[in-house]
Design a protein around this ligand. Structure first.
Ligand code: 5AD
Ligand code: FES
Length: 391
């Protein structure tokens, strides 16, 4: 799809014309990844975070938040429950928590892989190459790391360097930290490392970050395609009052008429355009979209390009503390209730529950092509030449 078409769709306001985009995305989803909806059991294992992301309620600067870290046995209990619910994948997600060390996580991954048949997805933030390599050796299958925005200036503004690096700047307040933030998105380098290690690679972006323009968002969608992503998660930016980004006086405005709005239609447009840019990727109907529209946000996502949902299996006492933004959907339900509710919604759409691990068709195709070309196995890392092609 040409860039001008992406931009036209992003600015389209006519409901009748948008029906065409929804139909195109739904047809593409059916053609490339089929009618199954894969469920991933989400375990939010720690809300400790050393980072200071300007938008995220888990940021180290939020002293109002009570912190927790689940024990390995508690995580294992959740993983067993995910198997009981029939989920083929467990997602281990946390803030950037240095006490989730290389060894600890590798032991945990090994236990889950030994005791269950599930695929293991990690979403543990920006971690060192040796950690990512060790976790892959321990059996981790997939890694999620959103690049959040492809606009480097905006990324640097909302994503200051690590707290331990900040201590090198004497008496640095957040204002000066933002000014000195690295003008590059280190996450793209990490995504490349993940690819080389043979992970299924997932990334994504937020929609409607203050200062984010339509052009930025078109760049994000084009970048999803260029990165040849196996999984892409997109969701609306939701204001958390205990974060610097909540106070708009701190932030430069986008030029008049250029600011991306935070709404359900804009989120659906990005889901749909992402499906067109990455037809074989696994794309979730995100909790953030369900938070914007609790009545049928998930259904809209699934009908407009998505094929994955991530029901939460974190124990309730912890789940309420994993507050990246307020009023998160599905916070009051138990894991069992959440599962039932999702299954009913999926069946009402005329779709069926996925069986097995629900690996990304994009990854499978890449691995097969790589194996054929170089005699490598199904998880062999892709060649450099393969990168940069469209999904
Ligand atoms: N609003 C919406 N999404 C958020 N995330 C973090 N904070 C917010 C927020 N305030 C998303 C980021 C992150 C993912 C785990 O959650 O995109 O990568
Ligand atoms: Fe924790 Fe951004 S605030 S990773």
């Amino acid at each position: 799809m040409r860039r001008s078409e992406i931009l036209n769709w992003l600015r389209e306001t006519d409901a009748g014309r948008l029906e065409e985009l929804w139909r195109l995305a739904d047809r593409t989803r059916q053609q490339y990844v089929g009618g199954e909806v894969h469920l991933r059991g989400l375990i939010e294992l720690s809300n400790h975070c050393v980072r200071l992301c300007g938008y995220c309620g888990l940021r180290a600067g939020n002293t109002a938040l009570q912190r927790y870290r689940m024990s390995d046995d508690e995580v294992l209990d959740c993983a067993r429950r995910a198997v009981e619910y029939g989920y083929g994948t467990v997602v281990l997600q946390s803030g950037e928590d240095p006490l989730l060390t290389r060894e600890r996580m590798s032991g945990l991954i090994r236990r889950i892989k030994a005791e269950t048949p599930m695929a293991v997805t990690l979403s543990l933030g920006e971690r060192a190459d040796d950690e990512l390599a060790e976790w892959r050796r321990a059996g981790a299958d997939r890694y999620l790391l959103r690049f959040e925005t492809s606009n480097r200036e905006l990324f640097a503004r909302i994503h200051p360097p690590r707290a331990d690096q900040i201590s090198l700047l004497p008496q640095a307040g957040e204002g000066s930290v933002f000014r000195t933030a690295a003008k590059r998105n280190n996450r793209l380098a990490i995504l490349e490392t993940l690819r080389d290690l043979g992970y299924e690679v997932g990334s994504g972006a937020m929609i409607g970050i203050p200062g984010q323009t339509y052009d930025d968002l078109a760049d994000d969608i084009e970048l999803f395609g260029r990165l040849d992503l196996d999984m892409v998660g997109v969701g609306p930016y939701l204001r958390h009052p205990k974060t610097p980004l909540a106070d708009r006086r701190n932030w430069p405005e986008a030029p008049e008429g250029e600011q991306v709005p935070v709404d359900e239609t804009m989120t659906c447009k990005v889901v749909a355009l992402t499906r067109l840019a990455c037809p074989r990727a696994n794309i979730p109907a995100t909790t953030a979209l369900a938070t914007l529209n609790t009545a049928n946000g998930r259904e809209l996502g699934l009908a407009r390009g998505a094929n994955v949902v991530m029901p939460n299996v974190t124990p309730k006492k912890y789940r309420i503390l994993y507050e990246i933004y307020p009023d998160k959907a599905c916070i009051a339900e138990t894991g069992r209730e959440c599962r039932r509710c999702l299954i009913e919604r999926i069946e009402a759409l005329g779709r069926r529950l996925g069986s097995g691990r629900g690996d990304s068709p994009n990854y499978q195709q890449r691995s097969a092509a790589d194996g054929a070309g170089r005699g490598g196995g199904p998880t062999a890392a892709p060649t450099r030449e393969m990168r940069g092609k469209k999904c």
